[in-house]
Design a protein around this ligand. Structure first.
Ligand SMILES: NC(=O)CC(=O)C(=O)O
Length: 317
């Protein structure tokens, strides 16, 4: 009996020795896979109350940013569309500032540096220093307080729903024409603003540029919000197999433009992982970049596209 056991053990050792190269390669691959799994970060979305007083709007944002970092451990904080001004074409000229010299930019730079965080500065009405044109612009700030990127809303919100809502951003704003990506904590993040989320082409361009996450400060309303806000956030997450974050102002029923709220983080499976209701709130979620890689490996739609049957003007990946 003992002899049989010893022989079996010897056989196993010989097998291992014969295949030691293969064995080492398997172990190395497993080890590599484990150590290459990408980490992530905690993000906080601030669904802020916005009123007519610009200084108060900025102060409120600073207070909530501080609390999202010190109380909730966020590494990235994102603000809503038009957080320093009421949302409306009649307000944009009066609230517009130059970037990065205006008071809002200076406040965002200072708080990002003080807390050592990445700050997606929602949007503000921007007055361009060179030609005085107005834009709806998102700024991104580094932990050193440096301006990492600016993104000017590309698709302007011009809609006319009789009995619903009429809004024409293009009456006063100019549309941007540049995409903006930032590299943060091992992730590549693409920026869009609100109405931009309706254009899957933009999201696909970002995906093709290697983005893992798309962030859209936005303010849908009581007509478009219930119909399309979650649908579009989940749609873009599903199209691009990326994280998507949408950040709205809190709802104020007395405002000229009543925001839907419901800021949310959607994961690459298109699942809503954290969501606010309509009131002022901070939404916190842990973004796990390994999930991006997992979904893309398990459902490889980007390598399965039949570009022999339809064209895409984006770079294939
Ligand atoms: N603020 C917006 O651009 C609103 C929007 O896109 C919508 O559909 O509602």
């Amino acid at each position: 009996m003992e002899q049989i056991k010893t022989n079996k053990f010897k056989k196993a050792c010989n097998l291992l020795a014969d295949n030691s190269c293969l064995f080492r390669a398997i172990i190395a691959t497993i080890f590599q896979t484990i150590t290459m799994a990408r980490a992530g970060f905690r993000i906080a979305l601030l669904q802020l109350k916005v009123g007519a007083n610009k200084q108060q709007n900025i102060e409120n944002a600073l207070t909530k940013i501080r609390s999202a970092v010190t109380d909730k451990g966020a590494r990235i904080v994102a603000l809503p569309e038009c957080f320093n001004s009421p949302y409306g074409t009649q307000h944009f000229p009066a609230y517009a500032e130059e970037i990065p010299t205006g008071e809002t930019s200076r406040s965002l730079a200072a708080i990002a540096k003080e807390l050592g965080i990445y700050l997606i500065g929602g949007t503000i009405p921007e007055r361009c220093a060179t030609d005085s044109k107005l834009y709806n612009t998102c700024t991104v700030w580094s932990p050193e307080g440096a301006l990492m990127a600016t993104y000017r809303k590309i698709h302007l919100f011009d809609i006319n729903i009789p009995g619903g809502i009429t809004f024409r951003e293009s009456d006063v704003l100019t549309g941007g024409s540049d995409l903006a990506t930032v590299a943060i904590e091992g992730a590549k993040i693409g920026i869009g603003i609100c109405y931009d989320i309706r254009f899957d082409e933009l999201a696909r361009l970002y995906r093709n540029q290697g983005c893992d996450m798309l962030i859209y400060p936005g303010a849908f309303n009581m007509k478009t919000g219930p119909l399309h806000w979650e649908l579009l956030a989940r749609g873009r997450a599903n199209d691009t197999q990326s994280y998507v974050a949408t950040i709205s102002p809190a709802r104020d029923a007395s405002a000229g433009y009543v925001a839907w709220g419901h800021s949310m983080v959607v994961d690459p499976w298109a699942k809503v992982v954290a969501e606010a209701n309509e009131t002022e709130d901070t939404v916190v979620a842990d973004v796990n970049l390994a999930t991006v890689d997992e979904v893309r490996a398990q459902i490889p739609i980007f390598s399965q596209r039949r570009t022999d049957l339809y064209t895409t003007n984006a770079v294939e990946k």
